[in-house]
Design a protein around this ligand. Sequence first.
Ligand SMILES: *Cc1c(COP(=O)(O)O)cnc(C)c1O
Length: 230
Amino acid sequence: MNEIEQRLGNINSQIRRAEIEAGRDKGCVQLLAVSKTKPVADIAAAYHLGQRHFGESYVQEALRKQPALTANNITWHFIGPIQSNKTKAIATNFSWVHSVDRLKIAKRLSEQRPENLPALNICLQINISGEETKSGVLLNELPQLIEEIINLPNIQLRGVMAIPELQTDYEMQRKPYQQLFQAVRQLNRPELDTFSFGMSGDLKAAIAEGSTIVRIGTALFGARSYPKSS
Ligand SMILES: *Cc1c(COP(=O)(O)O)cnc(C)c1O
């Protein structure tokens, strides 16, 4: 068994175990394999082991790697910071975007989504208190932003994404996710069914608090040699 096979098996069992411990339905949490900075060969290896969803954070890098993988039935997720001059490439080459943080970007993605493709799935990146990155929508701005983007034609608002400040304590890891999950639930919008919560270091806490997609890089592909989100 190679390293990726071992790690993928390990992560999938951690996810299934966390689902059970949280009393959630089996299989309700999807693994997004975060392949930024990693070669095409690593993506192909995970793909051949059954992994279908992959996340990238840098547009140029993703566009370089995707053509070598078109024979595979991969669902691509964009999870990095979005500059407006990159929205067209994102709208054209991804099925999901987790990191939408303003109206202007949502509008451009909707306008630039090719007509022959299904609506682009969108999550709003939320800046929950204490978050290490400053990008993201503030919780008190969320209801209005949702109103503004919910009817854009070529994107489908699916939910929220968060990158909380790094915590080692399990209870501390749960708090920001719990707060955000409850805030979204209170909006009473059943179409917001996606909670992109959890990375290599806090997967269990995220699943306990309602995650439906965990974004895992390091624990699957090993350490990266350049920063994780910029
Ligand atoms: C890099 C990245 C991840 C993966 O982080 P790991 O700690 O390596 O699992 C998840 N989400 C986002 C937004 C990232 O940029």
